[in-house]
Design a protein around this ligand. Structure first.
Ligand code: ADP
Ligand code: MG
Length: 724
C-alpha cells in the first residue's frame, strides 16, 4: 500500500493526484511523509453566546456572505476591506473583516467552513473579528457542515497546516492524509524495540499518526523526536556505509610521521611556535596517518588560523616514508599562492636543492615541455610535493607512490573524486588498490552541527585558535547617502599607500551587467583615472588570462601597485600582509560567508586593518536579509558566529545546495536545533557500521534496506552503497 499511487486512496482522483504531484507527493508513503509545516492552535472553540467582547476566541462557522468594500477616508489612501458574514451552527451570526486583503473574499467564498481566531470586537451592534487568523476546515459542498467542523475541532485543538498550493489547500490535504492513515495498517518499524527504548522513542506507527493528528503539543514533540531521529540516523548510516563500501577492498598506507622526520624539522625551523590547536591537529592527523585504514579528515579553521602549516606537515609525513604528496587548490591563483607559501615555510629545510624537498607546480598554464618533465618526475618518484588544480587528479597524471593528498576547499571534492585517487598510485597489479590519506581543508567555518551532518563520514579537526598577535579588523558600514564618507575612505587609502600599505576593492561583477551592480572593469577605470591618478591601481578577475592575473597580483604583492580592484577571485587564500584596507562595493549582494572570506584578506599583518562595506542603497532600503548580513559583519569577526548567523538566515539547504552536499532532504530535522540528535545518531551509526560492516545481523539488514530506500537518488555515491 505504502508504495502505491495516491489514487488508490478513497477521495483522491486524477486531478487531486496531479496537484499532489506538484508538492512532490505521489505515493501513499509520500503523503504520510508530507508533514505539517506548523499547527494552528485553535484554542478554545466557543459559541457566540459564550463570547466576551475584548477577549480572544476561536469561532467556527460557515461563510454566508463575502463582499469587498472600498473606503476612502478624507485625505488618506483608499483601502479595500473584505467583509464576511459567518453563521455558526446554532444560527448565530458574526462578522469577520480584513483590511487590504481583498482576495480573502474569494478564498472564503460563501459555503466555506472555517475557524476564525482573534480578538472579539463589536461593530454596529454585531460581534466582529478584525483581521482574524483563519483556518479553512472544509466546504458545505464537500459535505462538511459547520457543526461537524466545530465538533472535530473540539477533539483536535491542534490543526496541522500543510505545505499546500492554491488549488490544493491545506484542509484538503488534511483529509487526504486522514484517508491514508486509515488505509495503511500499522507501519513496520525499521528500528528494533531495544534501540527505541534505549533512546526513549515512540514506535514509527505512533509517530506518523501523532505528527498528523496530535491532540496536545506533547504529541507533536514525541512524534517529532522520533521522526527527526530517523532522518538523521538514516543520513549518518548512509554516510558511514558509503565510506565503508568505498574503502572496502582498498588499503591505506602507513604514513606515520618519523620522530625526527621532515615535519619535526619543519616545526623546529619555524620563526614562530605552532598554536595549541595546530599541535592538537598534528596529533590527531598523526594517528590517522599511521592507520592502515585510509585517512579521510576535514581540517576546518577560520581564515588565518594556520591551516597551511598543518597541511604541509601532513604532506611531509608521506615524504618521510619515501612517498609523495599532492596539494589541490580550487583555482590556479590559489595553487600559485600555496606554492609560494609552502616554499617559504620549507626554505630553512632546503627547497629544490640536493638534500632538500623537491616541489613542483602543475596547472593548465604549465608549458607542455615543463609538464612532460614534471609528469616523468612524478611517475618515477623524484618529485616529493606537487601543488596544482584539479588537473592533478583528472588528467593522466601518475605518481610513483602517492601517499597523501591535501584538498583545499571541500565543496568540489566528492566521492567520485576520492574514487579517482585510487588509480593514481602505481600498485603491483595483484595487490589490493591503495587509497592515499586525504586531508580536506576548508576555510568556511561550519557550525559543528552542520559539519557533522554534511561531513558525517569525515573525521573532523578544528583549528579553533588564531595565532597570537592578530589585531581584529575594524569593520564599518557605509551607504550612498553619505558620499563624504567615501571621500574620507579614499583619503585613508592614500595615506596608507604613503607608508607602504595597500587596499583591495572588491566588486560583485566583472563587466557591467543588467543588474546595475558595480563592475570591476568600470570601477577600476574610475579609481585609476579619477580617484587615484597618483597611485598604481591593478585589476584582477576571472576572465583575465592566467599570466595577466598573476602579473597584476605580483605587482600588488610586491608593492608596485597600491590598490587592487578585484572580483571574488581573491576570496580564498590570497595572502598579502601589507594589505590593510578592504573595500567591498555593493556589499549586500554578497553572502555572509563570502564577506567573511573577503575580509579575511586583510588583518594578516601587524598593522590595524579596516574593512568598509559599501551598501548600494541607503541601509533602510535594503532587504531585511541583506541588512542583517551586513550588521552581522560589523558585530563580529568570529567566523563561527557568522556561520551560525548564516545558517539562521538561509537554512542549511541553501548553505549547501543539495547536489553540492549530496545530502538527502531533511524534512523535520533542523541542523541548528538538533545538534544533540546529530551527535547521537552519528555515534550510533559509527558503532553499527564498525561492528557489522556487511549488515549481516537481521536488525542491521533492515536498517540498511531503509537507508537505501530513503536515499533513493539523493546521496552521491549511492551505487557504492547498493552493491553492498
Ligand atoms: P589559513 O590558511 O588557515 O587562512 P594560513 O595558513 O595562511 O592560514 O596562515 C596565515 C598566516 O599565519 C600565515 O602568514 C602563516 O605563516 C601564519 N601562521 C601560521 N601559524 C602560525 C603560528 N602558530 N604563529 C604565528 N603565525 C602563524
Ligand atoms: Mg591559507
Amino acid at each position: 500500500m505504502l508504495d502505491e499511487a495516491v489514487t488508490r486512496l478513497p477521495g483522491i482522483g486524477p486531478a487531486a493526484a496531479k496537484q499532489l504531484a506538484t508538492l512532490g507527493v505521489r505515493s501513499v508513503r509520500d503523503l504520510l511523509e508530507h508533514y505539517p509545516r506548523r499547527y494552528a492552535d485553535a484554542g478554545e472553540v466557543v459559541d457566540l453566546s459564550a463570547v466576551e467582547v475584548g477577549q480572544p476566541a476561536t469561532l467556527v462557522g460557515e461563510v454566508i456572505d463575502a463582499q469587498v468594500r472600498r473606503i476612502a477616508p478624507k485625505g488618506r489612501t483608499r483601502r479595500d476591506i473584505a467583509e464576511l458574514v459567518v453563521r455558526q451552527s446554532g444560527g448565530a451570526v458574526f462578522r469577520a473583516s480584513f483590511f487590504n486583503q481583498r482576495w480573502m473574499a474569494d478564498r472564503l467564498a460563501p459555503g466555506t467552513v472555517a475557524a476564525f481566531s482573534g480578538k472579539v470586537g463589536e461593530f454596529r451592534g454585531q460581534l466582529q473579528l478584525a483581521g482574524p487568523k483563519v483556518e479553512v476546515l472544509g466546504h458545505v459542498r464537500a459535505g462538511r457542515s459547520a457543526e461537524e467542523a466545530a465538533e472535530d475541532l473540539r477533539h483536535q485543538r491542534l490543526l496541522p497546516v500543510y505545505p499546500a498550493t492554491g488549488a490544493l489547500p491545506s484542509d484538503r490535504i488534511r483529509t487526504f492524509v486522514a484517508a491514508a492513515l486509515e488505509a495503511v495498517g500499522p507501519l513496520d518499524d525499521w528500528l528494533g524495540t531495544e534501540l527505541r527504548e534505549r533512546e526513549g522513542l515512540v514506535d514509527l506507527d505512533a509517530a506518523v499518526r501523532l505528527i498528523h493528528t496530535p491532540e496536545h503539543w506533547d504529541d507533536v514533540t514525541r512524534a517529532r523526536d522520533r521522526l527527526v531521529f530517523d532522518e538523521l540516523l538514516v543520513l549518518q548510516l548512509g554516510l558511514q556505509w558509503r565510506r565503508r563500501r568505498l574503502e572496502d577492498g582498498m588499503v591505506g598506507l602507513d604514513n606515520a610521521p618519523a620522530a625526527d622526520g621532515w615535519g619535526a624539522r619543519l616545526v623546529d625551523a619555524l620563526p614562530f611556535a605552532p598554536t595549541g590547536a595546530q599541535r592538537r591537529a598534528f596529533d590527531g592527523i598523526a594517528e590517522d596517518l599511521a592507520l592502515e585504514r585510509p585517512m579521510h579528515r576535514l581540517l576546518q579553521g577560520d581564515v588565518g588560523s594556520g591551516k597551511t602549516l598543518v597541511a604541509l606537515w601532513t604532506m611531509l609525513a608521506a615524504v618521510d616514508r619515501g612517498r609523495q604528496a599532492a596539494l589541490m587548490a580550487p583555482t590556479e591563483l590559489l595553487a600559485e599562492q600555496h606554492l609560494r607559501t609552502l616554499t617559504t615555510l620549507l626554505a630553512p629545510l632546503g627547497v629544490n636543492v640536493p638534500g632538500g624537498v623537491r616541489i613542483e607546480l602543475l596547472t593548465s598554464s604549465t608549458t607542455a615541455a615543463q609538464r612532460r618533465r614534471i609528469l616523468d618526475d612524478l611517475a618515477d618518484g623524484t618529485v616529493d610535493l606537487v601543488v596544482g588544480t584539479h588537473a592533478l587528479i583528472e588528467d593522466g597524471v601518475r605518481f610513483g607512490a602517492l601517499g597523501v593528498v591535501v584538498i583545499d576547499e571541500q565543496h568540489r571534492f566528492g566521492v567520485s573524486q576520492r574514487v579517482a585517487l585510487k588509480d593514481k598510485t602505481a600498485s603491483d597489479g595483484d595487490g589490493p588498490d591503495v587509497l592515499p590519506d586525504v586531508l580536506v581543508m576548508t576555510a568556511t567555518p561550519i557550525p559543528r552541527s552542520l559539519a557533522l551532518t554534511v561531513y558525517g563520514d569525515l573525521d573532523v579537526t578544528v583549528l579553533d585558535e588564531l595565532p597570537p598577535g592578530r589585531t581584529p579588523v575594524r569593520t564599518t558600514l557605509l551607504d550612498p547617502s553619505a558620499p563624504e564618507r567615501r571621500e574620507r575612505l579614499y583619503d585613508h587609502v592614500r595615506r596608507q599607500a604613503g607608508i607602504g600599505l595597500r587596499a583591495y576593492v572588491v566588486c560583485p561583477l566583472v563587466e557591467p551587467g543588467e543588474s546595475g551592480a558595480t563592475s570591476a572593469v568600470d570601477h577600476h577605470r574610475r579609481l585609476r583615472d579619477e580617484v587615484f591618478p597618483d597611485l598604481a591601481v591593478e585589476l584582477v578577475h576571472g576572465r583575465l588570462r592566467a599570466d595577466d592575473k598573476e602579473a597584476a597580483m605580483r605587482r600588488f604583492r610586491e608593492g608596485e601597485a597600491q590598490v587592487l580592484v578585484a572580483t571574488t577571485v581573491i576570496e580564498v587564500g590570497v595572502d598579502v600582509p601589507e594589505a590593510t584596507t578592504m573595500i567591498i562595493e555593493d556589499a549586500e549582494r554578497f553572502g555572509l560567508s563570502q564577506l567573511h572570506q573577503l575580509r579575511g584578506r586583510v588583518g594578516r599583518g601587524a598593522d590595524v586593518s579596516h574593512c568598509a562595506l559599501m551598501a548600494s542603497q541607503p541601509l533602510d532600503e535594503l532587504t531585511e536579509d541583506g541588512r542583517a548580513r551586513l550588521e552581522a559583519m560589523v558585530a563580529t569577526t568570529d567566523g563561527f558566529a557568522l556561520a551560525a548567523t548564516d545558517l539562521d538566515l538561509r537554512g542549511a539547504g541553501q548553505l549547501f545546495g543539495r547536489r553540492q552536499s549530496g545530502l538527502p532532504d531533511l524534512r523535520l530535522a533542523r541542523i541548528d536545533r538538533d545538534l544533540d540528535v546529530i551527535g547521537r545518531t552519528r555515534d550510533l551509526a559509527r558503532a553499527v557500521v564498525a561492528a557489522d560492516p556487511q549488515h549481516e545481523d537481521p536488525a542491521h539488514a533492515t536498517m540498511h534496506a531503509e537507508v537505501v530506500r530513503r536515499f533513493a537518488d539523493d546521496l552521491e555515491g549511492l551505487e557504492a552503497l547498493e552493491t553492498g
